[in-house]
Design a protein around this ligand. Structure first.
Ligand SMILES: Cc1cc2nc3c(=O)[nH]c(=O)nc-3n(C[C@H](O)[C@H](O)[C@H](O)COP(=O)(O)O)c2cc1C
Length: 202
């Protein structure tokens, strides 16, 4: 059994997978552009279909003129804690790709999956580097596309808050109660040798 924080893995894995979680309490530590680019560097080494690398990253650090605009794209709930993050990243994916040997782009079946792999790399590198990355779907996607000039053949996938994890006492009461690593479904509810099996997980 592998243990880290409150989590236990049933099969032997690198503890990094347990150590990565999504806190909302961040200290006010700023992130340098180089430190943030290290996280995006990890993201860009993700695998993707046809090596199409559909991920794009738009970012704002807290001390920059872009910050108020990026923060303002988030839902009120996400703003309430992400305002203390060191950086916000908007993850975008290109919905078309150029297959090897082809001369025209075709719709990509996997652009969101590939972008998700990049997000996972980013989050794991953040943990390894002493930062934390917290994914968010709670933001105004249409306004993000418009204000950040995302072209029509790109999909706005997610927002990501990056910060130096801090003590949960930094959070207001309702958030403080939820500030702990979550658990997971059992692997036997998710993985089957052979065909799909209906389980309580659905
Ligand atoms: C794509 C995505 C969107 C998410 N959206 C939000 C969000 O809008 N607000 C929030 O507080 N947490 C959000 N989360 C965090 C998840 O709730 C969290 O990852 C999940 O509960 C698992 O917990 P862990 O990341 O701490 O392991 C999001 C996570 C992902 C990956």
């Amino acid at each position: 059994m592998i243990k880290a924080n409150s989590r236990t893995a049933d099969y032997p894995i690198d503890p990094l997978f347990l150590e990565r979680w999504s806190p909302r309490a961040f200290t006010d530590a700023p992130i340098s552009e180089g430190e943030l680019l290290t996280l995006l560097e990890a993201a860009r080494w993700a695998p993707s279909s046809f090596n199409s690398q559909p991920w794009r990253f738009l970012y704002a650090r807290r001390e920059t003129k872009h910050w108020p605009q990026f923060l303002g794209l988030l839902s009120d709930y996400n703003q309430s804690w992400a305002k203390n993050a060191a950086a916000l990243v908007i993850l975008v994916s290109k919905m078309t790709l150029l297959p090897r040997g082809a001369d025209e782009e075709v719709p990509s079946y996997t652009h969101s999956l590939d972008a998700g792999a990049a997000w996972a790399n980013l989050a794991l590198q953040a943990t390894r580097s002493g930062w934390a990355a917290h994914g968010m779907a709670g933001f105004d996607v249409a306004r993000t596309a418009r204000e950040l000039r995302v072209p029509a053949n790109y999909r706005v996938e997610a927002a990501i808050a990056v910060g130096r994890p801090g003590d949960k006492s930094l959070l207001p009461d309702p958030l403080r109660a939820r500030e702990q690593p979550s658990d997971r479904l059992r692997l036997s509810q998710l993985a089957w040798e052979g065909g799909f099996q209906a389980t309580p997980a659905g």
